[in-house]
Design a protein around this ligand. Structure first.
Ligand code: CTP
Length: 426
């Protein structure tokens, strides 16, 4: 992570640490933030220091650590830290800390900092499942979200002891990813709550024999970014993917290889979807015959040629099935097109023709070449809509681009008939 855009000033991040066993994972988060060039001030609660000592936080951040409002009084730290911060991130945010923050308490340095901060605030909860599901905690989380604070859904999995369930701290890399997005100015509104978003990512692998496949250069990074940002904006996300990238926080992943598997799982998930975003690079063809044992040189199995048959067009199938009972009538369908300009037209012209041919609602068009888009961390292009609207996507991180695509989806879902993606260009 490096500072991006014109604002190269060192970003100031306050990392609050609550008193839970997951406090040790805050160390990895602090390291990720300092390595990305941020100035980090760590503000633990008294209870957090029973799990990790202040020497660790001071060594990792390079800055002094205090917990109460009466240390370093002349510099008025309980006000200054929050006022000067570009971001406050709390990990882990315990049930008690959520309750104190929701009720506006200022009884230690961390809650005072939360009250004085006017920058984005990101809370990463961690607690036992019963505590997370308790009506009091639900109320506190709703209050905090209503105040514009981003509360990540906790991960599910192994908790302190042998017990498992919802309440694990999201991975430090996932928290750092959202922190970077907020620092780079990508908003994370809680506007997809109650929505089911299906995302496909990666390039399909079409089996030739048990060890070989036909593939393409798609890394899956853009689709994964969309899944991560959609989940951070409150959506229930199903990611159907061939990519080996880590599954983002609070995302349900289905791993597939071939276009036929992608089709089966995408159509199944789309049956209850509000949005389907098809970022996967689907192979247009697959081998007609798949060898059951490895093809060997100089043996009877050595192929003279590999005959290909055409794969189904999954996006076209989704468009055709919409409103039929298999896919909800209001489901927003988003396609991707990786294009190169040629003698028959520009990238944008090819994109427009593809949007008309596919019949989806939005098409994200990227210009590709050997060194652009595939595998990179940045992307750019256009979002085209079926009504003729066009939004330019300046080169930006794939997470920021993901946010722009979701903005266009939200605008389209909320728009009266005839409104286009270009109506919301912010
Ligand atoms: N797509 C799909 N099923 C296919 C091929 C493509 O669902 N068999 C989807 C992709 O996921 C993407 C969009 O259609 O969202 C456009 O993909 P692209 O490969 O550019 O489209 P093609 O129809 O294959 O066009 P081209 O002939 O230019 O490759």
């Amino acid at each position: 992570m490096t500072p991006s855009g014109d604002d190269q000033r060192v970003k100031r991040v306050v990392v609050g640490v609550g008193g839970g066993i997951a406090a040790y994972k805050a160390c990895a988060l602090i390291r990720l933030l300092t390595e990305s060039g941020c100035h980090v001030d760590v503000v633990p609660t008294e209870a957090a220091l029973r799990f990790v000592g202040s020497a660790t936080f001071e060594a990792l951040s390079g800055n002094p650590v205090s917990t109460g409002v009466f240390s370093d009084v002349p510099s008025v730290r309980h006000v200054a830290l929050g006022q000067r911060a570009d971001l406050v991130v709390v990990a882990p945010a315990t049930a008690d800390l959520l309750a104190r923050a929701a009720s506006g308490r200022a009884d230690d340095l961390l809650t005072s900092t939360l009250l004085t901060a006017r920058c984005p605030v990101l809370l990463a909860p961690a607690m036992h499942t019963e505590m997370w599901e308790h009506p009091a905690t639900r109320r506190n989380v709703d209050t905090l979200r209503g105040d514009g604070i981003l509360v990540m859904p906790p991960a599910s999995g192994r908790l302190t002891g042998a017990d498992t369930g919802a309440g694990r701290l999201p991975e430090p890399a996932d928290i750092a990813r959202l922190a970077r997005l907020l620092l780079d100015g990508g908003g994370l509104p809680w506007d997809l709550a109650g929505k089911h978003v299906v995302v496909t990512s990666g390039g399909t692998r079409e089996e030739v024999d048990p060890v070989r496949f036909l593939g393409n250069r798609s890394s899956g990074k853009q689709g994964h970014a969309i899944a991560a940002v959609a989940a951070a904006r409150g959506a229930a996300v199903t990611l159907v993917t061939s990519s080996d990238l880590p599954v983002p926080a609070a995302v349900d992943a289905v791993h597939i290889d071939s276009a036929l598997q992608l089709r089966e799982h995408t159509l199944r998930a789309a049956a209850r979807a509000d949005v389907v975003i098809k970022a996967a690079a689907v192979a247009d063809f697959r081998p007609a015959d798949v060898a059951t044992s490895k093809l060997k040189k100089g043996s009877d199995s050595e192929p003279a040629e590999i005959r290909l048959v055409r794969n189904p067009d999954i996006l076209a199938d989704l468009v055709a099935a919409r409103g039929s009972g298999d896919i909800p009538a209001g489901c927003v369908l988003v396609g991707f097109a990786a294009e190169t300009g040629d003698a028959s037209g520009s990238v944008l012209e090819h994109g427009r023709a593809k949007l008309a041919r596919k019949g989806c609602d939005l098409l994200v068009v990227n210009e590709v070449g050997r060194d652009t888009t595939f595998g990179q961390d940045v992307n750019g292009g256009w979002i085209l809509d079926a009504a003729g609207g066009e939004v330019l996507l300046e080169q930006a991180s794939k997470d920021l681009i993901a946010g722009r695509i979701l903005d266009a989806v939200v605008a389209m879902s909320a728009a009266p008939t005839g409104r286009t993606a270009a109506d919301r260009t912010d």
